[in-house]
Design a protein around this ligand. Structure first.
Ligand code: C2E
Ligand code: MG
Ligand code: MG
Ligand code: MG
Length: 280
């Protein structure tokens, strides 16, 4: 039928405005179904202590297991969900599931790890966001100080007064906040100085060739030194080689995340990861 046909073809549209629009309409419907039918799932990626490799926390990363299209990457559907507003419902689901999963791990004596959850600008700015957070924490019994939000510079840029208010309220609740992908957008040093945040995540683009590119190394070093003077911890994302790990250790980076230690994995696999990575 027509619906079935639409489903299988939307990915291949995009050569003109009309088909691009129908692709987005199709996608919106598919995402609505996906939220209802629980096609979304979370993977978790460990974040380790730079010196010891000890797993210190995990980041929750959403995946879409589509019934016919297979696994769809968040780099593709998150921007769309932001455009349609569906990120609000999806984000609520993600937060609830992440807290619930971690509470279960803890209750089963498997792990006691803080969890980081990505929050989109729309979600963050919405009235009722704080109440939603409090409600989810209460429902799952997950302690606020074991929850961290990752926000991008986009969250902070738009309506800075409101952003400061929400950040301050989160701090009062005990929820930690990290600036994600730092350096990738219109990063302002004012954010580091003025906002109540705990952590900076250095964007992968600086890490990827940190060994061979002196400019990237200089920026990484600068951010690390500055963040430390401001009382903030630094995470380097996208660590894939032991050379990158050693380099960032010499630069006093606090925490590392990347395929060298582990890819994002389902909860069942997370349970089986050793407490130190990579495994000796
Ligand atoms: P992010 O928050 O910066 O997450 C890190 C991304 O880098 C993840 O991609 C992760 O799989 C990938 N990554 C980790 N280590 C390495 C590495 O060593 N090498 C390389 N090449 N990549 C690495 P992923 O899972 O595809 O997510 C992409 C983005 O989608 C995230 O970037 C985040 O902005 C967004 N996202 C994911 N889940 C959520 C969510 O639940 N809510 C919101 N609002 N956004 C999400
Ligand atoms: Mg993140
Ligand atoms: Mg990031
Ligand atoms: Mg990113």
């Amino acid at each position: 039928d027509a619906k079935q046909q639409g489903r299988n073809t939307w990915q291949w549209y995009g050569d003109n405005v009309a088909s691009l629009m129908s692709e987005q309409v199709e996608m919106r419907l598919e995402m609505q179904e996906a939220i209802r039918d629980e096609q979304f799932l979370l993977h978790y990626q460990p974040i380790v202590d730079t010196r010891t490799g000890q797993v210190r926390s995990v980041e929750a990363l959403v995946r879409w297991q589509h019934p016919d299209k297979g696994m769809i990457s968040p780099g593709f559907f998150i921007p769309l969900a932001e455009q349609t507003g569906q990120i609000v419902a999806l984000g609520r689901w993600v937060l609830h599931r992440a807290c619930q999963d971690m509470a279960t791990l803890f209750a089963d004596g498997e792990a006691d790890l803080p969890v980081a959850v990505n929050i989109s600008p729309l979600q963050f700015r919405r009235t009722g966001f704080l109440e939603e957070v409090e409600q989810i924490l209460a429902a799952t019994g997950w302690p606020p100080h074991r929850l961290e939000f990752e926000v991008t510079e986009g969250v902070l840029m738009s309506g800075t007064d409101r952003a400061i208010e929400v950040l301050q309220a989160l701090r009062n609740l005990g929820v930690q906040v990290a600036i994600d992908d730092f350096g990738s957008g219109f990063s302002s040093l004012r954010y580091l100085r003025d906002l109540p945040i705990n952590k900076v995540k250095l964007d992968q683009s600086f890490i990827h060739d940190i060994i061979n590119n002196r400019d990237n190394a200089a920026i990484a070093q600068g951010v690390i030194t500055m963040a430390h003077h401001l009382g903030l911890k630094v995470v380097a994302e996208g660590i894939e080689t032991p050379e990158q790990q050693t380099d960032l250790m010499h630069r006093q980076c606090d925490l590392l995340q990347g395929f060298l230690f582990s890819r994002p994995v389902p909860l069942e696999q997370l349970k089986k990861l050793p407490a130190h990575l990579p495994e000796a």
